[in-house]
Design a protein around this ligand. Structure first.
Ligand code: MTE
Ligand code: MO
Length: 365
């Protein structure tokens, strides 16, 4: 490396360690909440029947944290990489096989981390400019990146330990200024996007792709009836319930059943969430009427002809929860086509993608 190429005094371990700690904390929160989201969306069989429907706002909080920590990690990763980037031009590139392997590890870590955060960001903007399925890729990259991160932290352990405490190296005015700027940047991206899910930050929502309180009936719309080709409900629409004693109900018959209210959020995996007052028929009443045992799971099918969320399965804990409704009304009005008319599912503590709209059929399984 030529002397004097990198003139900043901050390409040094103490600065890297301080930023690295914040980044590590954000990534840990992001990884754990991401795992939870993945499991809730597509639970493995052994876990399926142990997922709780409470706390009702659980997914709203964890997925909010997932997107918030992921967004905060972007400026933190940028700062972290800036403190160490002169190492990129190290000469000779490898001093030994071990050193070469370590550098290769870092290259893989940095690239998976960048791809992970970048695809996550594009996903919350609902932009999918890649040919691979987002969720699976995001999931496996998360394991790669986290595994790589743990190895990296272990390899750098002695150096991190040495610079962990304040006072390990002389305080630097530039360092304090730099850390101040990084903090402000991380806080700024957080408060200007977190309003998608935190109501009292709503007015600061400059950059979030959505303001969840803006939309028909005070709720946003992700997939419209036009996109799902469900704008016109078939005139002979009936709710079909299949089970030991199958039956069908017209809208008038559904409305004649006991109606219940639930105040529940829709919490989209993309990080926004919004609460609404729903009313309709309890799913557990509909299942009991079909002769289903209380341990039964249910499969819900939408009128939508295709689309990834046309069919949804619901474990018994959700189906039996008194808050889980086949909703017919929202915020005091009949559902609109975009909100899932004639009927939609609303259940506590579940990802938005499972709150099926335009319901045609329940099936006891
Ligand atoms: N049938 C069906 N239901 C669906 C969807 C869909 O694409 N098809 N989208 C889901 C998603 S991603 C979310 S976040 C919730 C809320 O979407 P909305 O805001 O469009 O009502 O509905 C869910 N229900
Ligand atoms: Mo969603």
């Amino acid at each position: 490396m030529r002397e004097g190429t990198f003139t900043s005094a901050l390409h040094e371990p103490r600065t890297t360690v301080v930023v690295g700690r914040w980044l590590g904390a954000a990534l840990l929160v992001c990884f754990l909440t991401g795992l939870l989201s993945h499991v809730l969306q597509q639970p493995p069989t052994w876990l399926r029947d142990h997922l709780p429907s409470h706390p009702v706002n659980g997914y709203r909080v964890t997925q909010g944290l997932h997107v918030i920590s992921g967004i905060a990690a972007i400026p933190l990763l940028g700062a972290k990489l800036w403190t160490v980037y002169p190492n990129l031009f190290e000469w000779p590139p490898a001093r030994s096989v071990l050193h070469a392997l370590e550098r290769l590890g870092i290259a893989i870590l940095v690239s998976t981390m960048l791809v992970e955060l970048f695809t996550g960001l594009l996903n919350i903007l609902e932009w999918y400019p890649w040919p691979f399925p987002f969720r699976q890729t995001h999931f496996w990259l998360a394991w790669l990146a986290t595994g790589g991160l743990l190895l990296h932290v272990a390899a750098k352990g002695p150096m991190i330990g040495q610079h962990w405490r304040r006072g390990s190296v002389p305080a630097l005015r530039q360092r304090r200024a730099f850390l101040g700027v990084v903090t402000v940047a991380a806080i700024a991206v957080t408060v200007t996007t977190a309003g998608q899910t935190v109501p009292w930050l709503r007015r600061l929502t400059l950059f979030a792709p959505r303001r969840p309180d803006i939309g028909e009936l005070g709720l946003p719309i992700t997939r419209t009836a036009a996109q799902a080709n469900t704008t016109v409900t078939p005139a002979d629409w009936r709710l079909r319930v299949d089970g030991p004693q199958p039956y069908e109900l017209t809208m008038a018959q559904l409305l004649a059943l006991p109606q219940y209210d639930s105040h529940l959020p829709i919490s989209c995996v993309e990080g926004w969430s919004a609460s609404a007052h729903w009313s309709g028929v309890r799913v557990r009443d509909l299942l009991a009427r079909a002769g289903a045992p209380p341990t039964a799971r249910v499969r819900v099918t939408s009128l939508e002809a295709n689309g990834p969320y046309r069919i949804m399965e619901m474990p018994a804990a959700y189906a039996q929860d008194p808050l889980t409704l086949l909703a017919l009304r929202v915020n005091g009005r009949v559902l609109t086509a975009d909100h899932g008319y004639p009927a939609r599912i609303i259940a506590p503590n579940r990802p938005g993608v499972l709150q099926t709209k335009w319901v045609a059929r329940l099936e006891v399984i």
